[in-house]
Design a protein around this ligand. Structure first.
Ligand code: GAR
Length: 205
């Protein structure tokens, strides 16, 4: 048996890219047996594109307006991912649903990050909705993506307590800190072959 090839990541973003940064840092520090091969943004002004540029990582804004359908848009993303030999797709603050072209090109190889303890507070407003509901704990979920938002098999979850004095900003900050620690860890589990999907349950070997 030869050496395990390093996993090549395609990171999909829409915004600031602090999680992308955490992945880049873990990769450059040698904590992660994976490297970011390409960054694709759904938004032209995502700060994550600048982060990729600073680290000399190929990066693209793929403009939905340039395509006739979501499916064509997703095919363009698949072509980019294949061009850069991506093995694992990471949705790190990507605010679009990934469609069938991406899911079937990457079976059990698209992972999503969500800022709540799913199945509570799915969707784009997980943090303010948790605060408004008055929950005492919320957290993060990292899961395999499937055809609908925030529903795929859960890889790992971590709790973040909600303090009385928390507002949206302070809670977001704590959630991000937790994400920065555990997203690289989840990628490492995938990259080292330690995740086994059994129906809706994911076993960690
Ligand atoms: C993260 O907190 C992630 O959980 C959330 O967007 C943020 C991106 O932050 N994702 C979702 O809400 C997906 N429904 P970042 O751009 O600084 O990494």
């Amino acid at each position: 048996m030869g050496e395990l090839e390093p996993t090549i990541l395609g990171v999909l973003i829409s915004g600031t890219g602090t999680n992308l940064q955490a992945i880049i840092d873990a990769s450059e520090n040698g904590e992660l047996p994976a490297k970011v091969g390409v960054v694709i943004s759904s938004s032209s002004d995502a700060h994550g594109l600048i982060r990729a540029k600073v680290h000399d990582i190929p990066r693209f804004w793929v403009d939905r307006q340039a395509f006739g359908s979501n499916e064509e848009y997703d095919w363009e993303i698949v072509h980019k991912l294949k061009e850069f030999n991506v093995n694992l797709v990471v949705l790190a603050g990507y605010m679009r649903l990934v469609g069938e072209p991406i899911l079937s090109a990457y079976p059990q190889a698209v992972i999503n990050l969500h800022p709540s303890l799913l199945p509570s507070f799915p969707g784009a407003h997980g943090i303010p909705e948790a605060l408004a509901a008055g929950v005492k704990v919320t957290g993060i979920t990292i899961h395999f993506a499937d055809q609908t938002y925030d529903t795929g098999p859960i890889i790992l979850q971590r709790i973040v307590p909600v303090r009385q004095e928390d507002d949206e900003e302070s809670l977001r900050e704590k959630i991000r800190k937790t994400e920065h620690k555990f997203l690289p860890y989840a990628i490492k589990l995938w990259a080292t072959g330690r995740l086994v999907v059994d129906g809706r349950r994911v076993k960690i070997l």
